[in-house]
Design a protein around this ligand. Structure first.
Ligand code: NA7
Length: 895
């Protein structure tokens, strides 16, 4: 065994004595819960030389696997993944017998772990903590226990799981029922004989779906009471799949490391193609393969890249599920009732099953659809719905848990600094820093608390990460002489904002589930687990540690207070991923490549981006610029025309790019706005320096105006739009068109525009480097395009031009962009000059956020707003199309 157990220190021994004799037990750390998290905590803490006591209400180890003994209980992450990985020798000495282990086998595994590291000797079983109070004077927690000595500890760690507080059934009359009542989560250890009995199961979450097929085989008759139909995938249980077993055997360390840095805690490569890049047949083939593989994480991540973020992409998958259900269940009405249709796949916890849907073909099974006939009461003889009374002998309540927060606040009162109650603090929803700590509650840690990836990940991987992070910090604090650690309000508020940003990325917010608190009447609602992924979360935790415990206040009796306050993630979550990826690529600065080298680089770079979404038509042509022909690319919406028309100028610092280089952005805006986009290939520097691009802008706009009807546009003024240097050209075009006799422009969309040759605004220094567009790259662009003597010319610095009488503007700026402040300055100056202006100041975004369609998903709602602005300029109403592929909205009718 590589992990030797240190001799327990004398204080621990003293603690055991005190516990036995009813006086307060003094330890460094108290841990509540003896499941996956609690056991690993005990092991690590003891190894690190902390005195520690564990407590659990149960009589033995196991946590959730101790309590949930209902028939058919299994894990639904493959057991090769659902295991500890901290000790390779432990892994070597334990072999799982099945792909998805049963509850008894998982419980045996946890018992094996407890024995191997001799953990039980420090756990007080049959012991509940009934109150936890922080004492400022001693800087310790005092825990009142239900059994034996109270506990005084420096650190209090709740390893209480996410699904350990069962939810009351909220149905009148349960107490009047004369038969037997069982909760799946508190199933009797000796089992229940259901043979020959009439059984009711209420609830069709994982517990219901796993137990129903087995109960149906035993009972005389089974009636299933279903409120919300759920997505279930056949587990095809059996041996551990040979391929995965081989992967693990070949290189265990890499397998585990990949899991740690993956999104869900399972080392499976996510899909890269977007739904619309695959044909119907290809999508179906992928679905069939995963259906046959019986892999829930695979089905959640490996179909197509937008399945979990785009409602339309998800609807394709949901329909394939419904087809399966209809093909299995013979009675069409029952099949329809079993088809989930009110939530996207994956937004509510989907299930793994064995014969679930086929069970409804049995003559002794009846489904009651509570959406049509809700339960009105439980009577002495059975269950009454709005339409009938059903007599039963046994009621099984598979009605779930007060998830995530219940395991913390519903268990016992927790009182922090200055008598602050955690229950009161969380009255409007949980607030944490990292899901691990709470401001005002020093030295309290929550393992898999709300705000951590926990239940949206492989719990085994997340638990190990949480425990390692907490214990590593405790070791460091001890070495530095600190005795208290407490999250700051700033850090906690920042985490809440980051959580909310992450939650807009996935579809979890669109379902009523225990993830959001919606399953408990009156509970505040919001997505509770961290949706940003296991790997990103790990890197954030590491960043906090490497930045001197960013967002924590540390104190100790002999050392000076330390508080490196701040928010750990200010970028949008997907922007952070993109920037980290770019940083890892370690690219040479673009300005070091020379103009042609930079063009080649950008063209190559763009090849790896997701394809733009389909539009009605894409057509290339040639128009007349200021000094000869220029290429253009036209994007026509799929809707019947004629449409309004937008002249678009691409970004690239007047040096890079072409009429195709912002292709996904043009397609997206075309789809959302229902307007034609004509992207212009204007001339570039250094071949054509100032004012070539500006003059081409006006000439191209004139040409489009003159040829509007040939291009399929309806009569009337057109709009101009652009990004970055393209937005500079769009702004300049509006000024030139006003001054040189047209054409008439109905509105200008300026996305991150260059507007001025001054470089001393704060955004130029705040965001000088690290956000892709750097200050030095901007200097390079300016130098190539425009000599210093010309720079204050309004044809390149439109902020210096006359602004009155310009068309209405929609100005978009990004927080982490050197150009931010000059964009805002332009919007403000336009407004001052009497021009109608709307601004979108995009928090957490960088210069390239908006053109990175299907990469920076959090920018979708901004593009929807831009499209609406263009439609307003065109005199059109808001179009639903602009919302449809927006991951921040859900069109239930699309399912
Ligand atoms: P879940 O997933 O919360 O499922 C509970 C089920 O019980 C669900 O179908 C609920 O319907 C239903 N329910 C809850 N209250 C009622 C009432 N009052 N009337 C009718 N139906 C009700 O809990 P599980 O134990 O199955 O699974 C928990 C997790 O364990 C699981 O997700 C895995 O992570 C492992 P609803 O959907 O709320 O309409």
């Amino acid at each position: 065994m590589s992990d030797a157990i240190p001799a327990s220190d004398t204080r621990a021994a003293a603690g055991a004595f005190e516990a036995a004799h009813g006086v307060t037990q003094h330890v460094d750390v108290a841990v509540v819960g003896a499941g996956f998290a609690g056991l690993y905590l005990l092991h690590r803490l003891r190894k690190a030389g902390f005195s520690v006591v564990g407590m659990d209400e149960a009589d033995d180890v196991g946590g959730t696997w101790y309590w949930n003994r209902y028939p058919g209980a299994r894990c639904d992450i493959q057991t090769v993944d659902y295991s500890y990985s901290f000790d390779p020798e432990l892994e070597r000495d334990w072999t799982w017998s099945e792909k998805y282990a049963t509850q008894p086998e998982i419980l045996r595994y946890l018992g094996f772990v407890a024995d191997r590291y001799d953990l039980r000797r420090d756990i007080r079983f049959g012991t509940k903590v009934i109150a936890a109070n922080w004492d400022d004077a001693t800087a310790r927690w005092l825990l009142t226990t239900s059994n034996g000595a109270n506990v005084s500890c420096r650190y209090y760690i709740m390893a209480t799981g996410c699904l350990s507080a069962p939810k009351p059934p909220e149905i009148d009359g349960v107490k009047d029922f004369k038969g037997e009542v069982y909760f799946t989560s508190r199933w009797p250890h000796q089992g229940v004989d259901l043979k020959g009995k009439r059984v009711a199961v209420i609830g069709t979450g994982s517990s219901g779906i796993q137990s129903i097929p087995i109960i149906a085989e035993q009972a005389a008759h089974l009636t299933v009471f279903q409120r919300t139909p759920n997505f279930a995938l056949p587990a095809h249980n059996g041996q551990v799949p040979a391929e995965r077993a081989a992967q693990l055997q070949q290189d265990r360390a890499t397998f585990r490391e990949q899991a740690r840095w993956s999104m869900a805690g399972v080392p499976l490569p996510p899909a890269t193609e977007l739904s619309f890049q695959l044909s119907d047949a290809e999508r179906r083939a992928r679905f069939e393969k995963l259906w046959a593989a019986g892999d829930l994480v695979g089905m959640l991540t490996q179909l197509w890249a937008d399945q979990a973020t785009d409602p339309e992409a998800n609807a394709l998958l949901a329909e394939l599920f419904r087809e399966k259900i209809r093909s299995i269940v013979r009675d069409p009405e029952t099949a329809e009732a079993l088809c989930p249709n009110d939530h996207p796949f994956g937004s509510k916890r989907p299930c793994l099953d064995t014969n679930y849907y086929a069970t409804f073909n049995r003559p002794n099974v009846t489904l009651v659809n509570l959406r049509k006939e809700p339960i009105t009461a439980i009577t002495p003889s059975g269950i009454k719905t709005g339409q009938r009374s059903i007599d039963v002998d046994v009621i099984v309540l598979a009605t779930g848990f007060d998830a995530m927060t219940g395991a913390i606040t519903a268990v016992h009162p927790i009182t922090g600094r200055s008598g602050k109650s955690l229950t009161e603090l969380w009255a409007h929803g949980p607030q944490t820093y990292l899901g691990l700590t709470v401001a005002g509650f020093p030295n309290l840690f929550l393992i898999t608390g709300p705000g951590s990836p926990s239940v949206l990940s492989n719990m085994a991987v997340s638990i190990e990460q949480h425990v390692d992070w907490v214990v590593d910090r405790l070791i460091e604090l001890r070495a530095a002489g600190f005795t208290t650690v407490e999250a700051t309000e700033t850090a906690q508020a920042g985490w809440a904002r980051h959580m909310a940003d992450c939650a807009t990325l996935t579809l979890h917010r669109l379902a009523n589930t225990w993830y959001t608190g919606a399953n408990v009447p009156g509970k505040p609602q919001g997505v509770m687990p961290y949706t940003g992924g296991v790997g990103p979360y790990r890197s954030i935790c590491n960043e906090i540690a490497s930045k001197g415990m960013l967002g924590f206040r540390l104190t100790g009796p002999t050392v000076a207070e330390q508080c490196n306050d701040g928010e750990v993630v200010r970028l949008q979550p997907d922007v952070r991923l993109v920037l980290n990826m770019l940083a890892q690529m370690n690219l040479p600065p673009i300005e070091s490549m020379g103009a042609q080298g930079a063009r080649d680089f950008i063209a190559e770079f763009n090849k790896s981006r997701p394809a733009g979404r389909p539009v009605g038509e894409v057509k290339d042509g040639t128009l007349t610029g200021a000094d000869g022909p220029l290429p253009y690319r036209l994007y026509r919406p799929a809707t019947p025309g004629p449409h309004g028309i937008v002249v678009y100028f691409h970004g690239g610092g007047w040096v890079l790019g072409d009429e195709q280089s912002d292709d996904p952005f043009c397609r997206d805006l075309c789809r959302r706005s229902g307007l034609i986009f004509v992207s212009v290939g204007y001339r570039h520097a250094p071949e054509h320096r100032f004012p070539a691009a500006a003059e081409d802008g006006l000439a191209a706009t004139r040409w489009v105006a003159e040829h509007a009807s040939e291009l399929g546009s309806r009569p009337g003024p057109l709009m101009v739009a652009g990004w970055s240097a393209g937005a500079n050209i769009a702004a300049v075009t509006c000024q030139l068109a006003r001054d040189r006799g047209g054409p008439e422009i109905a509105g200008q969309l300026l996305v991150c525009p260059v507007t001025d040759c001054r470089f001393d605004r704060p955004s130029y220094s705040d965001n000088a480097a690290g956000y892709f567009l750097t200050r030095s790259l901007m200097f390079w662009f300016w130098d190539i395009y425009c000599s210093p003597a010309d720079r204050s010319d309004p044809r390149v610095s439109p902020l210096r031009g006359k602004l009155a009488g310009l068309p209405p503007a929609y100005v978009v700026t990004c927080e982490f962009d050197p150009l931010r402040d000059e964009g805002i300055a332009y919007a403000e100056a336009l407004q001052k000059a009497g021009v109608a202006v709307e601004q979108l100041q995009a928090r957490g975004h960088f210069h390239s956020s908006f053109p990175m369609v299907d990469v920076v998903l959090t920018s979708a709602s901004g593009r929807a707003q831009m499209a609406n602005a263009l439609r307003r300029f065109a005199g059109l109403g808001q179009d639903n199309q602009s919302q449809r592929s927006d991951p921040t909205t859900f069109n239930a009718a699309a399912e």
